[in-house]
Design a protein around this ligand. Structure first.
Ligand SMILES: Nc1ncnc2c1ncn2[C@@H]1O[C@H](COP(=O)(O)OP(=O)(O)OP(=O)(O)O)[C@@H](O)[C@H]1O
Length: 659
């Protein structure tokens, strides 16, 4: 994207003797209006790319404003330069010049041929056409009878004037001859303002085609079949005019109206183009032939320069201000120029191959393969992590189950320990009750007691009526019952335990079940035997308690193992969490990489589509080209035949002489 370059040029004043109150002042690239005493008039100050004062020559204007466009045109860019300004402000002088000061057109023509000659690695084919828009009709200035040409638009040629003569030229002189012919056909007329006023807009056009001369030696094989085609328009517009000033009537008046109308449309197009892109809306290129032909040069694919000519006299100040405002608008227009290249099918394929290679390299450059491998690795890692996670979860579950089992086991053991402890307590109480019984025996000699009295001991408790005890080992001979050695044989173990806790007489009470009505003996032998029996049985229990204690140690070991397992579990949990984190990070990476890859693929597809479009364009162009080639060949053979015929008709045959 580049801005149109805009310059303003003042022609020398023609009113040197007239007194003036206001004057234009040029400082560098600024123009401002001042009063005679030097006071600047506010709001009338403009800045442009270049401002040429009255002393500037056409060569200076060319060098600073136009030369770069001409060189770009030789290299394949479209270019346009046009002069805009009120009537008699110096447009034609700037474009055509004089004998002493050749204008932009002759300078450009010479420069093009010179640059082409200097470009030794390319060969050029240059064509010239010259047309005018007179009263909104297009005339071919190089052909007398070919008038009112239509404008067409096609995919391969863009906007073009159908039927316009294009002359192939080999030298600047050849072009000057054609320009002379065109100037003779151009519409000029005398007005009050200008004795030789342009009554039409003229467009001098050069089409420059070039291709690589020797692709192998130049090393530019990829461009061997590529042809650059650029169009250069050098436009001399008719000047806007005030009817009152020009004094136009009749034909001149009609011309003036057309000129003003088309210039007004040009102004509208420029204003629209200078607006912000979004507010711009429709650009009225089609409203006039001039804007339609210049469409690619205004906001399109061309490098464009505008030179606005200004008449310095005070009497033209209003028109000059209008010109400067037009120039200010034009300054804001941006064009998008690019090299215009046409490719043959072979060249297109070659270039496409190269471009695909380039794209592939770019893709590789952006580490696509590396990325793909990384993605693969990430996926594998992710899979591995997931497997690890599952394995750990299973291990964790197993650990949990074994821990629960151990805990259950510990509880059971604890219960048993508690039971055994209470049993041990009860046996020691039994021993103390035996001792009490021995004491009683000592006093039995002094106290005669009846069998019934025994039951009336101070420790006697009335047996509950509903209490029935099984005594499996009860001996009738002894008429006494040993303590139960199997708790399972007791109807209610808990109750039994409760009954025996801290109460030695309970045993006696138990012996006196109503069912058995056993006689109780207080003889010492029986009591001692009973105590001994108790002790033996308690010893056995102690032994089993010791065994239980050994089991307790085992339990402690199990507890420790359980704690160790729990620690391991916690470690595994931590490891699992970090793996999960790694997994999510990997997932994010993969997503990013996939998105990047998709973006690159999209770009590749766009490039491919572009290539396809180009190929289609080239195909159409090559068809047109081969048609033209055929036409030229047939013309050549026709002319050759004609020359042969002419030769044959001029040289008398020897037979005739003989006659
Ligand atoms: N820079 C200049 N130096 C010397 N003479 C100039 C200059 N510019 C213009 N003139 C002279 O001023 C006169 C009017 O110029 P020119 O015909 O180029 O104006 P114009 O803008 O093309 O007018 P129109 O729109 O009517 O065709 C001519 O005689 C021309 O030689």
């Amino acid at each position: 994207m580049e801005k149109i370059s805009v310059a303003v040029r003042f022609r020398p004043s023609t009113a040197l003797d007239l007194p003036e109150d206001r004057k234009w002042r040029v400082e560098d690239n600024r123009i401002s209006l001042h009063l005679l005493d030097g006071t600047p008039i506010s709001g009338v100050s403009f800045a442009f790319d270049h401002v040429f004062d009255q002393s500037s020559t056409n060569a200076t204007v060319y060098d600073l404003l136009i030369k770069s466009i001409i060189h770009a045109a030789v290299n394949g860019f479209n270019g346009t330069a046009f002069a805009y300004g009120q009537t008699s402000s110096g447009k034609t002088f700037t474009m055509n010049g004089s004998e002493d000061d050749p204008g932009i057109i002759p300078l450009a023509v010479k420069d093009i041929f010179h640059t082409a000659q200097m470009t030794t690695d390319r060969e050029f084919l240059i064509r010239v056409s010259y047309m005018e828009i007179y009263n909104e009709e297009i005339n071919d200035l190089l052909t007398l009878g070919n008038q009112k040409l239509p404008i067409h638009e096609s995919l391969e040629r863009g906007i073009f004037v159908a039927g316009l003569r294009e002359e192939i030229v080999n030298s600047a002189e050849q072009v000057f001859e054609l320009i002379k012919l065109g100037e003779a056909n151009r519409h000029f007329g005398e007005t009050n303002m200008n004795v030789r006023s342009s009554r039409s807009h003229t467009i001098f056009r050069m089409v420059i085609e070039s291709s690589v001369k020797d692709p192998i030696s130049s090393g530019d094989v990829s461009n061997a079949d590529a042809i650059r085609v650029s169009v250069l328009n050098l436009v001399d517009l008719a000047g806007s005019e005030r009817i009152a000033k020009t004094g136009a009537g009749g034909v001149r008046l009609k011309e003036g109206k057309h000129i003003n109308k088309s210039l007004m449309i040009l102004g509208n197009v420029i204003n629209k183009l200078s607006e912000n892109g979004k507010q711009r809306g429709h650009i009225p290129y089609r409203d006039s032939k001039l804007t339609r032909i210049l469409q690619p040069s205004l906001g399109g694919n061309a490098k464009t320069s505008i030179i606005c000519t200004v008449a310095p006299e005070e009497v033209h100040i209003e028109e000059s201000r209008g010109t400067l405002q037009f120039a200010s608008g034009a300054k804001r227009i941006t064009n998008c120029a690019q090299v215009n290249e046409i490719l043959t099918d072979a060249a297109l394929l070659k270039r496409q191959k190269l471009e695909i290679e380039e794209l592939r390299r770019k893709l590789q450059g952006s580490h696509s393969e590396v990325l793909e491998q990384m993605i693969l690795k990430q996926r594998n890692d992710m899979h591995k992590s997931e497997l690890d996670r599952e394995r750990l979860a299973m291990e964790l579950e197993e650990e949990r189950k074994s821990r629960e089992a151990l805990e259950h086991c510990i509880k059971e053991q604890q219960k048993k320990i508690d039971n055994l402890t209470s049993l041990a307590n009860s046996s020691s109480q039994t021993r103390s009750s035996a001792k009490q019984m021995a004491d009683l025996r000592n006093t039995s000699d002094e106290v005669i007691m009846s069998q019934e009295d025994v039951f009336k001991t101070p420790n006697f408790k009335e047996k509950p009526n509903d209490f029935v005890v099984k005594r499996s080992n009860c001996s009738r001979d002894l008429e006494s019952s040993p303590p139960p050695d199997n708790f399972a044989n007791i109807a209610d173990e808990d109750l039994w335990m409760r009954l025996n806790k801290g109460c030695t007489t309970d045993l006696d009470m138990l012996q006196m079940t109503p069912d058995m009505k056993c006689q109780s003996y207080l003889s010492s032998d029986i009591s001692v035997g009973l105590a001994l029996e108790e002790e033996i049985s308690n010893k056995g229990r102690c032994h089993s308690l010791e065994t239980e204690c050994g089991f307790n140690k085992q339990l402690e070991a199990s507890k420790e193992q359980c704690a160790a397992l729990e620690r391991e579990c916690n470690l595994l949990r931590g490891e699992n969490a970090s793996l999960m984190h790694g997994l999510s990070m990997s997932k994010q990476d993969v997503e990013l990489l996939t998105a990047e890859k998709e973006e690159l693929l999209k770009e590749l597809n766009i490039e491919r589509q572009k290539m396809k479009d180009l190929k289609e364009e080239i195909h159409v162009f090559s068809l047109a080209f081969s048609q033209r080639e055929g036409l030229l060949t047939s013309l050549y053979s026709k002319s050759k035949a004609m020359v042969e015929n002419l030769k044959a008709s001029q040289v008398p045959t020897p037979e005739l002489y003989d006659c």
